[in-house]
Design a protein around this ligand. Structure first.
Ligand code: GLC
Ligand code: GLC
Length: 618
């Protein structure tokens, strides 16, 4: 690999992005970004350059069916950076090769939105350890075949980041990195189009700062200051940080809140075309120096906006390689609440295919609330209204609907906008917690089946499936947030418990729900790894009509490994599937079952021809 080849490979992407963002300053901004990237390339450690080489040879490394992800708050999982080494055997036993550790970099003092208000992007939280500990941890992960995903909080800094401090001290350059207004005139105009992300915790999108005597744009909490990407200095500074993180050895940079990065008056300031150009510019700049590092879009947006972050536009663009499949996640929960698959079929059929070199992060739960991203047209197509169905899901998962098994907690309730999101661990939302409370063995068995059904869709869809810490142990909500003054107004802490070693000790005991869930998730890991149909190269998943409203069907046509049919029975009775796109006779998940097209309630099947690549072409 030759550095100038890398620059030339990515220069057209960079120039196009910068020309779209800053048409009057293209040469200057491109030069500054290329200069940053060549400085980073000079400083890149030899072992990371080796990693670059390996990944330029194996370019589809992140599309492999060997990938299994795990996400956890680092302190809650391992205590501190050094503690991670002691947890590596656990990760390896589970089969994980990609970890997303949250809340690693130094946050502001006091409340910090679970680590998303960063004071220093280049140092770890001192409570977790030193910069040397961070380097050792990354080294230890890599030595054990585990890649690291870290948050790159690029929409905002904390209000005590050095740029914010300099702005308060009167530096015009640093004031220019943020969006500030002397009075309410402009904020009031912008507010007309803006929703509120945290309506109860942080109403409105602007915060008055006494020192500055200005209203500062704060989309999220009052201490998270939005950066102003219409100023190219912001892009150059942020790209510089991305390059430093790549040089630390971060394999996947998670572009936090990327959808919010560009503001346009008269819009809701999300998913603007320029937000995609910012991702594209970062993609190109990082790739010029650190081709081993890829980008993950954290764009928890409506289905119509989602695939753009993977570069699907009128023409394909090189943007993020990975994005959260929040639509698949939402549809999974919607299916187990309604026991119907028609809305999922409709909504997922509408999604355009993602570009060939990209794939999904598939997941069931994460550290955030679930926003009920049901599209109005999709809802109408199956005979319900969007607002009605969203309200139903919120009610169902907070446990107030008559047939509900869930015990979730509302998040971000906005009565004026008719919006309510949901917090809770998978076990809580799927009915494990209520079944245990009621001592109801039959309900418990169904609840466990629901957790596994959702994980079987995440693991069987394609992409990198993510296990959210605790789900593999059937862990319940953490009630302690309710009495902690720093956490009690943010219900997301309900599903951010500490790792439970007592529960982990039960993982090989099949008489416990922990043992059952653990064994079945382990099966998903191993079976997926053994089956080439889950490799994502040149392969996308598409839903199909299985001929029964209670069965969700999806198929993958892998050019090397053949077809895979996924089936999930979300209904309450057994079903024989008659709409069979291909007559497959083998279920990877239950290879001894005589009839792979017969599904009991809450059963998932992965139908595919087993075995290695064919030995002779036909
Ligand atoms: C992302 C994070 C979320 C955080 C927000 C603001 O959505 O996942 O936890 O509150 O960004 O940084
Ligand atoms: C991010 C997500 C949104 C979530 C919020 C708080 O903005 O896009 O869905 O509700 O963070 O967790």
């Amino acid at each position: 690999m030759n550095r100038s080849d890398l620059v030339h490979t990515w220069l057209p992407d960079l120039r196009a992005a910068v020309a779209g963002l800053y048409p009057d300053q293209v040469d200057d901004v491109v030069d500054r970004l290329v200069e940053r990237s060549s400085r980073a390339a000079d400083e890149r450690a030899d072992e990371l350059v080796q990693r670059d080489h390996r990944r330029l040879i194996d370019q589809a490394w992140y599309q492999s069916n060997q990938r299994v992800g795990y996400m956890a708050y680092l302190d809650r999982f391992a205590g501190d950076l050094r503690g991670v080494a002691d947890r590596i055997p656990y990760l390896t036993e589970l089969g994980v090769d990609t970890v997303h550790f949250l809340s690693v970099l130094e946050p502001r003092d006091g409340e910090n939105d679970g680590g998303y208000a960063i004071r220093d992007y280049l140092s770890p939280d001192p409570r977790l350890g030193t910069p040397a500990d961070l380097r050792d941890m990354i080294h230890g992960l890599h030595a054990n075949g585990i890649d690291l995903c870290l948050d790159f909080v690029m929409n905002h800094t904390s209000d005590d980041h050095e740029w914010a401090v300099a702005a308060r001290n009167g530096s015009a350059y640093h004031r220019g990195l943020y969006r500030m207004y002397p009075d309410r005139t402009e904020p009031d105009r912008w507010e007309q189009g803006l929703p509120e992300v945290f309506p109860d915790m942080a109403p409105g999108n602007f915060t008055w700062d006494d020192t500055l005597q200005q209203w500062v744009w704060t989309t999220f909490r009052e201490f998270q200051w939005d950066l102003d990407y219409s100023n190219p200095d912001v892009l150059v500074e942020v790209a510089g940080i991305a390059l430093e993180l790549a040089n630390l050895g971060v394999d996947i940079l998670r572009l936090d809140a990327v959808a919010f990065t560009w503001k346009r008056l008269g819009t809701n300031c999300q998913n603007q075309p320029e937000a995609h150009l910012i991702a594209q510019a970062l993609r190109a700049t990082v790739a010029m120096a650190a081709p081993a590092t890829i980008l993950l879009a954290e764009a928890i947006v409506a289905p119509t906006d989602l695939v753009g972050y993977l570069g699907r536009h009128d023409l394909e663009r090189r943007e993020c390689e990975l994005a959260y499949h929040n639509q698949l996640m939402v549809q999974g929960w919607s299916m187990i609440a309604t026991r119907r698959a028609d809305l999922a079929l409709r909504s997922l059929s509408q999604l355009p295919d993602h570009p060939g070199r990209t794939t999904w992060f598939t997941y069931v739960r994460c550290h955030d609330d679930i926003g009920w991203a049901i599209d109005d047209d999709d809802a109408l197509a199956v005979g319900v209204t969007g607002s009605g169905h969203r309200a139903f899901l919120a009610e169902f998962f907070r446990g107030d609907f008559p047939t509900s098994f869930a015990l979730g907690t509302p998040f971000g309730v906005n009565e004026a906008a008719g919006d309510e999101r949901t917090s809770g661990m998978a076990a809580t939302l799927a009915g494990v917690t209520s079944a245990l409370r009621d001592g109801d063995a039959a309900a418990l068995s169904h609840a466990i089946d629901r957790v596994i059904l959702l994980y079987s869709i995440a693991f069987g869809w394609g992409g990198i499936p993510i296990i959210y810490m605790g789900d593999e142990l059937c862990q319940a909500d953490d009630p302690s947030w309710r009495t902690d003054p720093e956490r009690r107004h943010d219900t997301r802490w309900a599903h951010r418990p500490a790792f439970d070693d007592d529960l982990a000790a039960l993982r090989n005991d099949p008489s416990t729900c922990t043992g059952q869930i653990w064994a079945r998730i382990r099966d998903l890991v191993e079976i997926r790894r053994s089956a080439g149909v889950f490799d994502d190269v040149d392969t996308v998943s598409r839903p199909f009509d299985a001929g029964n409203v209670h069965v969700f069907g999806w198929r993958r046509d892998n050019p090397r490994w053949g077809t895979m049919i996924g089936l999930a029975n979300v209904g309450e009775t057994a079903v024989t599937v008659t709409n069979r796109p291909v007559e497959l006779t083998h279920d990877l998940l239950a290879p001894n079952d005589p009839d792979p097209w017969l599904l009991r309630p809450l059963q998932v099947r992965w139908l595919a021809d087993p075995g290695p690549l064919a030995t002779s072409p036909s």
